[in-house]
Ligand binder design. Structure first.
Ligand code: UTP
Length: 300
């Protein structure tokens, strides 16, 4: 069993996708900047990385993604205006995102797939294990996943992916894992991976969701990975190579996640995320829940 001794400190957030499912909203605005209640979706993702102890964050961006960089930077004019007005509460809200983490950015150029986006992180990451958080995948802060994945990586070495059981009819929307149980019922060994399989060919109903802790050997594998499904360089194909040959970079384990997760790049899930998080907010929740109850009973 490989033992990793270095504490993982770097997080990579691919956010260079085109967001076509959300057009026209994403024509000139990155989908990661769409607000979930009153914070852009990407801020929740960066907060999650920081909570798991990863405060060095590299974001993979592309054309039209400038607002992402601006959001995590200072806005002196706005801060000055709020200071003059003595509006400390809003000032704190503005400064939250710029004080959160040490942010770095690299541009992907052509969005040639998630695997290609992750490969853009190689010079920054070096040879240490690192985390990948998809910028449009939102994990509820009360259901910690990434810190558990970091623990599993430190225990077993190699790479760790996040898996969620889905309705077998939905598995064609996800990467899908073939798995073997381990002594820990929330952790499985991954023996194979296939991207968006037909339900009839799916090896399980375990879907890969957007959190990974990867051994740096994934970069070499990605360099050799040919474009796959959709003509894109698929991270799943590289993980399949790692899972089928542990000599390449240690085993691949999966942490089974049973908490709340939203794909904010999908319109339906995006709406569900907003309603749920708004209902649970102390400031907005009580009024919003009352309104929602009467809306559902009277108008639906
Ligand atoms: P998606 O499959 O959601 O693709 O990417 P997309 O282009 O962002 O959105 P749609 O499907 O057109 O609506 C999954 C994740 O991988 C990133 C995306 O930003 C998202 O976080 N990604 C994808 C890249 O960074 N680069 C790519 O070339 C492709």
């Amino acid at each position: 069993m490989t033992q990793s001794r270095t504490r993982i400190s770097k997080a990579v957030i691919p956010a260079a996708g085109l967001g076509t499912r959300f057009l026209p909203a994403t024509k000139a605005t990155p989908k990661e900047m769409l607000p979930v209640v009153d914070k852009p979706a990407i801020q929740y993702v960066v907060e999650e990385a920081v909570t798991a102890g990863l405060s060095d964050v590299l974001m993979i961006t592309g054309r039209n993604k400038r607002p992402l960089e601006d959001h995590f930077d200072r806005n002196y004019e706005l801060e000055e205006t709020l200071t003059r007005k003595g509006d400390d509460t809003r000032l704190a809200r503005v400064q939250e995102s710029s004080d959160l983490a040490t942010m770095h950015y690299v541009r992907q150029g052509d969005p040639r797939g998630l695997g290609h986006a992750v490969l853009c992180a190689a010079p920054h990451v070096g040879d240490q294990p690192f985390a990948v958080l998809l910028g449009d995948d939102l994990i509820d802060a009360r259901d910690p996943l990434l810190s558990r994945m970091v623990e599993v990586q430190e225990q077993h070495g190699g790479s760790v992916i996040a898996l969620m059981e889905v309705d077998p009819a939905q598995i064609h929307l996800y990467g899908c894992a073939a798995v073997k149980p381990t002594v820990d019922e929330s952790v499985v060994q991954v023996t194979g991976l296939v991207e968006k399989p037909d339900p009839a060919d799916a090896p399980s109903n375990y879907a890969v969701i957007g959190r990974y802790v990867l051994d740096a050997s994934v970069f070499d594998v990605l360099r050799r990975t040919e474009p796959g499904r959709g003509g894109e360089i698929q991270l799943t194909d590289a993980l399949q190579a790692l899972a089928s040959d542990p000599d390449l970079g240690g085993p691949v384990h999966g942490v089974i996640f049973k908490g709340r997760r939203y794909d904010t790049g999908d319109r339906g899930d995006y709406l569900r995320a907003i309603v749920r998080l708004a209902c649970e907010r102390e400031d907005l929740g009580p009024d919003f829940r009352d309104w929602l109850r009467s809306y559902v009973t009277e108008e639906m």
